[in-house]
Design a protein around this ligand. Sequence first.
Ligand code: ZN
Length: 245
Amino acid sequence: MKRSAVRDRMGALLRKTMCLVSGLTWLACLAVPAMADCGTSGIKVVGTTEEVGVACEAVAGVGSYFDALGLPVEPRLTIEFSDKVEVSIGDGAHLPVSGCYDPEGQRIQIRRWNANLADAPRPWGLPWDRDAASSVAAHEVVHAALWVLLEGDPHRLAPAWHEFVAYAVQLDLMDDDTRERILREASAEAFATPESVNVIAYGFDPDLFGLRSYLFARERGASFIRRLIEDDVDFDLRGIDVWCH
Ligand SMILES: [Zn+2]
């Protein structure tokens, strides 16, 4: 990948709160009548009945994951499905993404799985279908849960560690056959060291970063994600400063 492409991806990460939706998409969202709460007062979902089901599955799956870790969490969120989700990468340019979490707006956007955009990314090369959208929804809900669990100090974890946790949980919640197949096809190996979890590795290849994160966490056992959140590890979770030139 060219250095400029890496820089663009880094920019996308660092500007991840800057999701932009076209005016037309907003109108489409407003026109969708379905609004649900997933049975909890803090969650609102805007989308079709099936999209609401996908969002609520993601919320339930992530909630059960953190419950099992002894870290119950109930983020306040609006989850919206849109035909197009983009992040700003500066100079008026935008990058299409599958999903996005905006911590300031407490909002998640997920690209509709029937949107059929030619330029849309497909995580791990998987078809962009209901299962893929559900998996990305879980990833974004993990970001929201993490924001709450870090209790007002989200920067205690470097951005790369936020992504590490989101991918590790996303892949843990994925069905075993799909996860093991994409791990095999990518010949992915766990990160060698905690210092390898950095924004360069994420920006260079987010899909591979996700797989390596999952494997790193799996090697260290079920409590590793909890220990990361509680800062009960013997390495620096703010990460190393990396600058590109
Ligand atoms: Zn993420």
